[in-house]
Design a binder for this molecule. Structure first.
Ligand code: CP
Length: 311
């Protein structure tokens, strides 16, 4: 991997994405076989620096770092010197001074990981920045699809819901289109940003149109914390017109997979029947998350060993 940081899929080409997925699939097979002891991060330190809440991403990065033999420290902004007024750049300098090798950052402001990456020697991985990107989520989604279908190329993926506020949708759009999937999107007009077609998406005017012939239907979490003004009348109406249920799945290919980045608002983005049903891959996605983050870390640190030797 010829890069210092992983900040998004916007600037990652198909070959690089393929390389991460291939290694992620190998790690997933190891994890499924119960093996959790590896050495790619032995002697290396990693900090997770989270300015927003998280269960899956923070926990799976921590497991990934530990399974690879690294020393992992978790910082929550709520319990750090950020509360005393320390800037992001100064926090980064402090972690650099401790010879931190990798910083995994989640931040409510788009671009925060990019600023950090410019100002620290450590590798920086974006674990979600505002409404911009969530690259490790899209990579784990694509890994799950590749594992189930053998390839991402040629798949039809329908993404339903709050596209505007979704960093998951944006990273998936960049990644899926680069790997040759067709992506259809649908949501409330107020939650569909301009320019989706220029990003390679088919912008649909009903959920049935979006789901027609889909191999994968992905629901997105309603991001109530990013919506001060109501962009849709009620959660009940959102579920009926923009969520996925058994009725709309009749338009998808038989056996089409249900995916969701989590956390799910049950009965809003997806019905409980779909979440817990046989086509759901939501729990598989979680294990894919550990595996793909192991792949990202091991590839970055391998590059570090090859090209950025440290004293
Ligand atoms: N999908 C995702 O980012 O989940 P968390 O907010 O729990 O990390």
């Amino acid at each position: 991997m010829k890069r210092k940081d992983i900040l998004g899929l916007y600037d990652m080409d198909a070959a690089e994405i393929d390389g991460i997925l291939a290694r992620g699939l190998a790690f997933k097979a190891e994890l499924k076989a119960g093996r959790k002891v590896f050495h790619a991060l032995a002697g290396r330190s990693m900090v997770t620096l989270f300015y927003e809440n998280s269960t899956r991403t923070r926990c799976s990065f921590e497991f990934a770092g530990k399974f690879l033999g690294g020393q992992v420290v978790n910082i929550s902004a709520a319990a750090s010197s950020v509360q005393k007024g320390e800037t992001l750049v100064d926090t980064g300098k402090t972690l650099d001074a401790m010879k931190t090798d990798v910083i995994v950052i989640r931040h409510p402001a788009g671009g925060a990981p990019h600023l950090l990456a410019k100002t620290v020697k450590a590798h920086v991985i974006n674990a979600g920045d505002g409404m911009n990107e969530h690259p490790s989520q899209a990579l784990l989604d694509m890994l799950t699809m590749r594992e189930n279908f053998g390839s991402v190329s040629g798949l039809k993926v329908a993404i339903l819901g709050d596209i505007s506020h979704s960093r998951v949708a944006k990273s998936n759009l960049y990644g899926l289109t680069k790997l040759g999937a067709q992506v259809s999107v649908y949501g409330p007009r107020t939650l569909m940003p301009a320019g989706l077609d220029a990003m390679g998406a088919k912008v649909c005017s009903s959920r049935e149109e979006a789901v027609e012939g889909a191999d994968v239907v992905m629901g997105l979490r309603i991001q109530l914390e990013r919506q001060k003004a109501g962009n849709f009348p009620s959660l009940g109406e959102y579920a009926k017109y923009y969520g996925a249920d058994g009725e709309v799945m009749k338009y998808a290919k038989p056996g089409a997979l249900i995916m969701h980045p989590g956390p799910v608002n049950r009965g809003v983005e997806l019905t409980s029947g779909l979440i817990d049903g046989p086509s759901s891959r939501i729990e598989e996605q979680v294990l894919s998350g550990v595996a793909v983050r192991m792949a990202m870390l091991s590839l970055l640190v391998k590059e570090d060993q090859d090209a950025y030797p440290r004293s």
